[in-house]
Design a protein around this ligand. Structure first.
Ligand code: NAP
Length: 243
């Protein structure tokens, strides 16, 4: 049975996206008292427990304003990110693309974490759920993958640092999910509903990490092997993949 979020106040970044909408809906289904749907552009929501909140990861002012408005939050879901089509090479990549990706996925997410850490502390500790990606562990030549690897590291460090204020920090690792972000790849994908359900269950149990699909479980199981073996295996698996 799904773990409940009764009396919790949840903030979801990127709330208008494929996974974001599901995070909002399942928080409501699990009994959340209020859900802040944080997004660059506001849309209307039918449930009156949803409060639309302007938030752009690249705009520090909007994040500070959101933290002031949403001062009752006790669960932050760092979900928003970009995976632009022109992000297709690390060795010959465009500096501007890499900066745009890191500015959003890494620095933007850290800005939200920094702004909301005091809010969570004031509300008893609470929790942070960071949406990462299996790309963090794959030799995929994109700034997106590198930004998620950096965020994976920062997620672990945030957990260690915020333990003193009793904030739990969960990283959500998953391969391909059926959302607008992955529409350009014709590959097997898991549903947003199943990923979000596992993410919220992980928060409820205080899990450090949630591996939300078979590919993530498979790769995690191989990380303790030699790097040569792992990379040979992944090169074969990714032979037909084009970023
Ligand atoms: N789809 C996959 O296969 C997959 C796999 C692993 C991990 N993930 C991760 O899952 C999370 C959700 O992605 P998704 O699949 O749901 O993709 P999505 O449908 O493209 O949603 C991404 C959301 O992020 C928002 N966003 C982008 N830049 C932003 C900014 N500067 N400030 C605030 N919001 C911003 C977008 O806002 P707008 O609506 O305004 O464009 C959009 O709503 C991401 O962290 C992604 O990296 C996805």
């Amino acid at each position: 049975m799904a773990e409940r979020l009764d009396d919790r106040t949840v903030l979801v970044t990127g709330a208008n996206g494929g996974l974001g909408r599901e995070f909002v809906q399942q928080a409501l289904d699990r009994g959340a008292r209020r859900v802040y749907a944080a997004a660059r552009s506001s849309r209307s929501w039918t449930d009156d427990r949803v409060v639309a909140l302007p938030l752009d990861l690249t705009d520090a002012r909007s994040i500070a304003d959101a933290a002031q408005t949403a001062s009752d939050v006790d669960l932050v879901v760092n979900n928003a990110a970009i995976a632009p089509e022109d992000d297709a090479s690390i060795a010959a990549g465009d500096d501007d693309v890499a900066h745009r990706v890191f500015e959003t996925n890494f620095f933007g997410t850290l800005r939200v974490t920094t702004a909301f850490a005091p809010v969570l502390a004031a509300n008893g500790g609470g929790a942070i759920l960071n949406v990462l990606s299996l790309a963090a562990w794959l030799p995929v030549p994109t700034a997106y993958a590198a930004s998620k690897a950096a965020l994976w590291s920062a997620t672990n460090a945030t957990r260690a640092e915020l333990a003193a204020q009793r904030t739990s920090v969960t990283g959500l690792i998953v391969g391909m999910i059926d959302t607008p972000m992955s529409a350009r790849w014709e590959l097997p994908k898991v549903s947003a509903a199943s990923v979000v359900a596992q993410g919220y269950d992980g928060v409820a149990s205080g899990a450090f990490e949630v591996l939300a699909d078979a590919d993530s479980l498979d790769v995690k199981g191989r990380l303790s092997g030699s790097s040569e073996e792992l990379n040979a295996y992944l090169a074969e698996r990714l032979a037909d993949f084009e970023p």
